[in-house]
Design a protein around this ligand. Structure first.
Ligand SMILES: [Zn+2]
Length: 194
């Protein structure tokens, strides 16, 4: 299927970059609330090189740690986690490429990152053209096909094929098998726990 292009500025609540006790960069949707407690929790819980997610009523949060920095993004529930992951990954790469040489523990650097606002806004769009693919997943339980977003990194870094991903929706888990060309090779309902 053709990639739908979503106007992410309407769906992303904030992007935050910081160390445990230091704020480095923040983009916030105008008039949206900033979830300070969520940012503090993300910074405390983030794992190096692993995207963690949190979900509650109409809020999705994804975060990851890299070089002692925690990158956090929050959106409404209409945005699939794979799109958030692709976006956060690009934000992380761009930030480290531009500012990775600085020692972040020094406070009073807030002006330094002002230019990054523009970079983030641009990534909202380019990531959708360059870093994700959408596929249709036939679902026997809903009797329709669901549009599922895949972060291309997942395919690029897959150790073997077919690789699998779980698509969760309406209390249903579907395990979806994808080949190296991001074609759906199989779909099965899967039991969920945790
Ligand atoms: Zn379904």
């Amino acid at each position: 299927m053709k990639n739908p292009i979503i106007n992410l500025i309407e769906h992303i609540f904030f992007v935050d970059i910081g160390e445990v006790n230091t704020d480095l960069f923040k983009w916030k949707k105008p008039n949206s609330v900033l979830f300070r407690m969520d940012i503090i929790a993300a910074r405390a819980e983030a794992n190096e090189d692993y995207f963690r997610r949190q979900e509650r009523s109409n809020v999705r949060i994804m975060f990851i740690k890299k070089n002692n920095l925690v990158f956090t993004i929050a959106s409404d529930e209409s945005i699939q986690f794979q799109l958030l992951e692709a976006l956060l990954e690009r934000i992380m790469d761009e930030f480290l490429e531009n500012y990775g040489m600085f020692t972040f523990s020094i406070t009073g650097l807030s002006n330094l990152f002002e230019g990054f606002q523009e970079v983030v806004l641009k990534l909202f769009e380019t990531v959708q053209h360059e870093r994700v693919t959408w596929v249709l997943v036939p679902c026997k339980l809903c009797k329709i096909s669901h549009a599922m977003c895949i972060n291309k990194t997942l395919i690029e870094k897959a150790p073997s094929f077919p690789m699998s991903i779980v698509y969760l929706h309406k209390g249903i888990g579907l395990i979806v098998y994808l080949d190296a060309h991001m074609k759906v090779r199989g779909v099965e309902p899967v039991t969920i726990t945790g």
